[in-house]
Design a protein around this ligand. Structure first.
Ligand SMILES: Nc1ncnc2c1ncn2[C@@H]1O[C@H](COP(=O)(O)OP(=O)(O)OP(=O)(O)O)[C@@H](O)[C@H]1O
Length: 254
């Protein structure tokens, strides 16, 4: 999706710096415009500040200088981490219930919403299973259902599929796009993978390290829905080459 003026602006980062301990410049001058419905990937080498940027947007940490402004006023977001971080003693449905439970909502009152979120990730039959009974991909699906159950406007994902095998990763990439299309949410996705960033995103923000900064923004204008046909097309390969070149420039610039 493009950043056309007809779409609602969700979030603006202006000149955001993050310095740790007075000397580690994790981010310098980060500018980012986020519009509703965007799928933005932050792509870059280790240490370029991708996770730091996500933590700042999530409000888990504060900028040393610069500004993060929510246009609609109210923040509405969820975070998905690389580890699914499920409670081992709770069932799949109880794990998905967590954000609602924290708001004081009883299980029975929100059971329908929990089941809808589980249907979205294809795990409705596993509502009573425990995390130890699930594969790595299924645990990640539960984590995504937990993030989506409250219908946040923005979902922040920090290398959610990095630990999964390639086939599971492809499947989750496909399913994530289908879920985003269904819910109409905005996603900011951290990844090391050129292939994943091209398949998923309408915009790739390429970052360099020391200090962490944006090197370039790469629009991926290939239309959605992105299918298996797209994944094996010459067009996809060309986009991946472009993103890979940009990543090499970012590594060279460090
Ligand atoms: N709490 C902290 N205290 C000190 N330095 C930190 C802290 N968090 C991050 N850093 C440093 O800030 C820089 C950016 O780290 P960050 O984790 O954001 O990078 P990243 O791009 O997400 O890396 P990776 O891809 O390896 O996860 C690194 O040099 C890191 O060591």
């Amino acid at each position: 999706m493009d950043g056309s003026p007809t779409r609602q602006r969700l979030l603006t980062l202006t000149g955001v710096d993050k310095v740790f301990g007075g000397e580690v410049v994790a981010l310098r001058g980060l500018d980012l415009d986020v519009f509703e419905g965007d799928f933005i990937s932050l792509l870059g080498p280790s240490g370029c500040g991708k996770s730091t940027a996500l933590r700042l947007i999530a409000g888990l940490s504060h900028p040393t200088s610069g500004r993060i402004a929510w246009e609609a006023g109210e923040q509405s977001l969820s975070v998905v981490f690389q580890e699914p971080t499920l409670m081992p003693w709770a069932t799949v449905a109880q794990n998905v219930w967590l954000p609602m439970r924290l708001k004081g909502q009883g299980f029975a009152a929100v059971r329908g919403e929990i089941m809808d979120a589980l249907k979205l990730v294809g795990l409705e039959k596993f509502q009573n299973a425990y995390p130890r009974e699930l594969s790595g991909g299924m645990k990640m699906r539960v984590s995504i259902a937990r993030a989506m159950v409250t219908h946040p406007k923005l979902i922040l994902m920090d290398e959610p599929f990095a630990a999964l095998d390639e086939i599971t990763r492809f499947k989750l990439n496909n399913d994530l796009l289908a879920m985003q299309a269904k819910l109409g949410c905005t996603v900011i996705f951290v990844t090391h993978s050129v292939f994943e960033s091209v398949f998923l995103s309408d915009r790739i923000v390429v970052m360099a390290a020391r200090p962490g900064r944006v090197i370039e923004e790469l629009p991926v204008t290939a239309p959605y829905p992105r299918t298996e046909e797209f994944r094996t097309s010459a067009e996809y390969a060309a986009w991946c080459r472009g993103a890979s070149d940009a990543l090499n420039r970012a590594i060279g610039a460090a």
